[in-house]
Design a protein around this ligand. Structure first.
Ligand code: FUB
Length: 439
């Protein structure tokens, strides 16, 4: 058994497939509740791992059996380290509960402490456990017992500058308590964090910036969860409600769950949405967008994007369906295969004049001479590709390309460096594009 696990872990570590630059950032599996942390110059992602339920009881609910860890140093290429902790490994947990919900991970004195909720054996509800590793990517060894005195979900640990650690979690409201230096026991009675507005709240994520403490959390202000925040001069509160970080989704994911992190001088908001599972919002996917602070320390609202963050290499498949902007009804986005949604999306240019913009593409030295595009069309048309406002290629898509086909055309004026692209249908109708690429 042990050998099998080691083998699976090694296989997982090598996995780059199914990871991408745009939103959602991880394909091939569902990921939710992302906590992003920076260790040794790399950004690590600790999400929960939604799965379609193998048991009847959870068919319409959250179902999670284990955790994966991911890392990146450019927010474009993500490494999947495979399963780092599984429900069968937790001595106090119910191995058939599928309740490995939102986790967190922090580093202290040479060890990485992975905090996770799970249902205890023979009891209702959730406890919060700790699993330890000497690597940020596990595997993590769970302690024999959960943290005493904590009943709830969504742990978040704030390690303050003076070395004091605080545990925040959700359970009948948002709670906070001091942790002992071993990070595995409470050092104070839990208190409810006050003054963060009425309405259901969960998923607390706390951090300190410029001497101010931020408590950020999903909050049902209206119908589904938006992301809100409150501020304080003290990590134990009281916190004063300050504003909204992200409005509720107009397209139907009831939950949102998030973390904020500064990486290489830029702040990011990691959150989730049910991109690969539009009909069932308990199968979610992690996204990331840039986040900015105002001069007074308040947070500028984040508008979710499909483009996400990071720079796309012009020589790799550019998924223009993850656009920065697009024209109205004449452009639409659909799944390539309704049955296998992890295959991704396509852009459908229905009428002449339809366009999408895709920003931040790196053409390097500028010697890219060919445009390739994977296309499909019954009626045919001409796709015009612009870089920095200039036409650089025109691709004639003949009528009758009933199956996906890769076509190529020379680039007339190869740009250099980082450019914003526009792809538009200048003639014809009904042209579908999977991706474009330059060589
Ligand atoms: O992922 C299960 C639960 O959904 C999390 O614990 C909540 O924060 C919500 O995202």
């Amino acid at each position: 058994m042990k050998h099998k696990k080691l083998f699976l872990w090694a296989v997982g570590m090598a996995a780059f497939a199914g990871l991408r630059a745009q939103n959602p950032i991880i394909t091939g599996q569902f990921t939710a509740d992302p906590t992003a942390r920076v260790f040794d110059g790399k950004l690590y992602l600790y999400p929960s791992h939604d799965i379609p339920s193998p048991i009847e009881r959870l068919k319409e609910w959250f179902c999670m059996a284990d955790y994966h860890v991911f890392s990146s140093d450019n927010l474009v290429d993500w490494t999947d380290y495979g399963v780092v902790l599984s429900q069968e490994d937790v001595p106090w947990g119910d191995a058939g509960a599928y309740s490995m919900w939102a986790p967190d991970c922090v580093y202290k004195d040479g060890k990485y402490y992975f905090f996770f909720p799970a249902s205890p054996k023979g009891e209702k509800g959730f406890n919060i456990g700790v699993a330890v590793s000497d690597k940020p990517y596990g595997p993590f060894k769970p302690l024999a017992k959960p943290i005493e005195g904590v009943h709830g979900i969504d742990p978040c640990v704030l390690l303050d500058k003076d070395g004091q650690a605080y545990l925040y979690w959700s359970g009948r409201g948002l709670n906070v308590a001091r942790l002992k230096p071993n990070l595995t026991e409470l050092d104070s009675e839990p208190v409810l964090v006050a003054d963060v507005k009425d309405g259901f709240k969960e998923g607390p994520f706390a951090f300190e910036r410029n001497g101010k403490y931020y408590l950020t959390y999903p909050w049902v202000k209206d119908k589904t969860e938006c992301l809100a925040y409150a501020m304080s001069d003290n990590p134990m509160g009281p916190f004063t409600y300050t504003g909204i970080i992200m409005e509720q989704s107009p397209t139907g994911c009831w939950t949102n769950h998030h973390s904020l992190v500064e990486y290489k001088g830029q702040w990011y908001l990691f959150y989730h949405h049910n991109d690969y599972s539009p009909e069932f919002d308990k199968n979610r996917s992690v996204r990331v967008d840039s986040l900015f602070f105002h001069a007074d320390g308040t947070i500028r609202q984040v508008i979710p994007t499909l483009r996400g963050v990071g720079i796309t290499d012009a020589r790799r498949n550019i998924q223009i369906d993850r656009y920065s902007a697009r024209s109205g009804e004449e452009t639409s986005i659909g799944f390539l295969n309704q049955e296998t949604k992890f295959d991704g999306w396509k852009t459908v240019f229905s009428r002449k004049g339809a366009w999408v913009d895709y920003n931040r593409v790196d053409f390097g030295e500028g010697a890219l001479r060919w445009l390739y595009a994977r296309v499909l069309s019954d009626t045919g048309g001409t796709l015009c590709v612009y870089a920095g406002g200039k036409v650089i290629a025109k691709l004639l898509v003949p009528a009758s390309v009933p199956a996906w086909k890769t076509l190529a055309v020379p680039v007339t004026d190869s740009p250099a460096g980082i450019c914003d692209l526009r792809v538009s249908l200048s003639e014809g109708s009904g042209v579908q594009v999977d991706w474009i690429r330059f060589e």
